[in-house]
Design a protein. Structure first.
Lengths: 97, 313
């Protein structure tokens, strides 16, 4: 049981790390602000989500697991908002809010 | 041989520090500084100091970062002509030399520490029961070295008064910062409505849990201040004019209660800021609650800045 848990945890965290890597490469390589933001959201949403999923298998108990999920949900909310705000400012012809 | 993770982390911190110093624009330097603070928080976690890590992430990186972003935005207009104001090469090299000297001195002290390093940790833990607290760091901040905490809060208050004094005379007592209008269709309004209640709960939790676990009044107050700033930026709450009586009272409530309890220590215990053991926990909570609210108000008003508007009646 613990072996299965560890395997799933390692796989999920590695997948999350891959999305973070992809997001970082996108941030460095993409040509303009909007596509860079597009790359970053993948790291925020999927990358952090998969890392949290992996850590859930290692969590000490339900309260710790709930805290991890709360961290992911808060990061989703703030990440999406900040991305929107930056995109509105960066987009040419769009009046900044 | 240190573990690869720690080596990588240390190299990253050094690289980011160098990048921040050599960054061309003020805004890029600020972005580097915020990332540097977050990495430093990770370093503190690796050093098994989660209390310091929380403080670094909340105050060192988050709040100071916010203040610096505000400053660099204000400086942006004058930035195209920094050459005239730039320090001379001699001054820069002198500053760099002094920084290297300080760093080398600190490094030498750490490297040349006696083995085992001198520590007061066993005494701090041994006397923990007398304070009624479960977190030795909070015991140091609120009991053993409470006077340091008191002075820190007074320094914050002085800094806020310093910021207020930057306003011209005719604007004294006015509204700090920019005017934000609430727009129900705006992204920020939605997030502020959703996030602020959650954030206030988290801030209170971090404050309350500080008695037994990593956390405490400074970290909790920073989260509360951030929620206040968010509500003000979204226009949900209007920044109060700094001449308001209740605002002034809120700001001095924490330090005033702190000093009062400290002076009472002469009558009920051994001296200034000494607590009688059976009431130690109670007195610490009595100090901490108004202190947290005062610090939150101070931090939020520091970010809001000097007054820029006067209410027309």
């Amino acid at each position: 049981m613990s072996l299965a848990c560890n395997t799933v945890a390692i796989l999920a965290v590695c997948a999350g790390a891959f999305f973070f890597l992809a997001g970082t490469v996108g941030l460095l390589r993409f040509p303009d602000a909007l596509s860079r933001l597009h790359a970053l959201t993948k790291a925020d949403n999927l990358g952090l989500g998969l890392v949290v999923l992996g850590l859930l298998f290692q969590a000490a108990g339900p309260p710790a697991a709930l805290k991890l999920v709360a961290v992911w949900l808060l990061a989703l909310l703030t990440g999406a908002t900040v991305t929107q705000l930056i995109a509105r400012t960066a987009r040419p012809g769009e009046p900044p809010q | 041989m240190p573990p690869a993770f720690d080596t990588g982390l240390a190299l990253l911190v050094f690289g980011l520090a160098a990048g921040t110093i050599t960054a061309r624009g003020a805004f890029a330097a600020v972005a580097g500084f915020v990332a540097y603070g977050l990495l430093l928080a990770l370093v503190w976690v690796r050093l098994a100091a989660p209390d310091v890590a929380l403080t670094e992430a909340a105050l060192g990186s988050g709040l100071t970062g916010g203040l610096l972003v505000g400053a660099s935005t204000r400086l942006r207009r004058s930035e195209p002509s920094p050459a005239r104001e730039a320090a001379s090469a001699t001054l820069r090299w002198a500053a760099a030399g002094l920084c290297v000297l300080v760093s080398a001195g600190l490094a030498a002290i750490v490297v040349l520490f006696a083995e085992p390093a001198p520590t007061l940790a066993p005494q701090a833990v041994a006397s923990l029961a007398a304070t009624g607290l479960g977190n030795p760091v909070t015991a140091v901040l609120m009991a053993y070295r409470a006077i340091d905490t008191l002075l820190e809060v007074v320094v914050l208050l002085l800094a806020l008064i310093g910021i207020w004094s930057l306003a011209p005379d005719r604007l004294w007592g006015g509204l700090p910062g920019r005017l934000h209008r609430a727009d129900p269709n705006r992204m920020l309004t939605f997030v502020a409505q959703l996030l602020v209640p959650i954030g206030i709960l988290i801030g209170l939790h971090i404050f309350w849990v500080g008695s037994v676990a990593p956390g405490g009044e400074f970290q909790g107050a920073t989260v509360l201040a951030a929620m206040g700033i968010l509500a003000m930026m979204a226009g949900l709450v209007r920044t109060p004019p700094i001449s308001r009586q209740w605002l002034r009272l809120l700001l001095i409530a924490g330090p005033a209660v702190f000093v009062t309890v400290g002076l009472a220590g002469f009558a009920i215990a051994a001296g200034f800021l000494a607590y009688p053991p059976q009431y130690a926990k109670l007195l610490i909570v009595v100090i901490e609650v108004p202190l947290t609210l005062s610090i939150a108000a101070m931090l939020a008003l520091m970010v809001a800045g000097a007054s820029e508007w006067i209410l027309q009646r």
